[in-house]
Design a protein around this ligand. Sequence first.
Ligand SMILES: [Ca+2]
Ligand SMILES: [Ca+2]
Ligand SMILES: [Ca+2]
Ligand SMILES: [Ca+2]
Length: 254
Amino acid sequence: MTLFKSFFKYGLLLCLSGLISEAYYAQSKPTKSNPHITKVVRASTAPVIDGEANDAAWQNATEYQLDQRWLGEPYTPQDFKGTFKLTWTSRGLYLLATITDDVLLDTHKDPLELYWDDDCLEIFVDEDNSGGNHQYNHNAFAYHIALDGNIADMDTDQQAHLFNDDLKSVRITTGNTSIWEVFIPLFKDDFDITKENKQTTLQKGQYIGFALAYCDNDYSAERENFIGSVPVEGEDKNRGWIDASIFGTLLLVE
Ligand SMILES: [Ca+2]
Ligand SMILES: [Ca+2]
Ligand SMILES: [Ca+2]
Ligand SMILES: [Ca+2]
């Protein structure tokens, strides 16, 4: 076979395999623009939410970096460093975040006042991975978990409310390192804070919109950094609280 023929043959093969995988991907990929897909493996035993990372489910779970600077100046690893792991059961998502932060600051004692300017872990979740606006609706949620354990987000009345009865979170801090272990139930966009809401039963093959972030403030009036888990295109990267299209996508697998 001449060199030309061999190039032609393998080029054609590569092209065909590309088309096949493209067709498969098109069939299964989510419709929103952010292509950042993370496979999350099911836990055979759900982690105990106690701030201890010794659960079997966490031992082999992939660790991801929390390293996308959405707001603020460049920072050092002493100022902030974050990693996280995810797993799931039919009941919901489980998160283990390990955060190094040199100064823990909780200036606003009212949990509904400027909670994003205190140190907090922020969990973005979009049950059906639809993307789109969620500022004052429940197309998606942006749960802010404060150092005192309060969990706040905006509701349809355009006011902040507590979601302490929905998620379960425990933080244990040793030195400069905090472990946040969180159970995150999923709710559809007809969620009504005044009613009992039915949790979604999670299934293999399901896509979920998800991002994680940390608001780091050490000594300022407003947060110094906001560091997320997914890259956000464009100048304005503080869009997660409004636009679920910037979230990444989780794919639930066995
Ligand atoms: Ca645990
Ligand atoms: Ca810090
Ligand atoms: Ca949605
Ligand atoms: Ca801090």
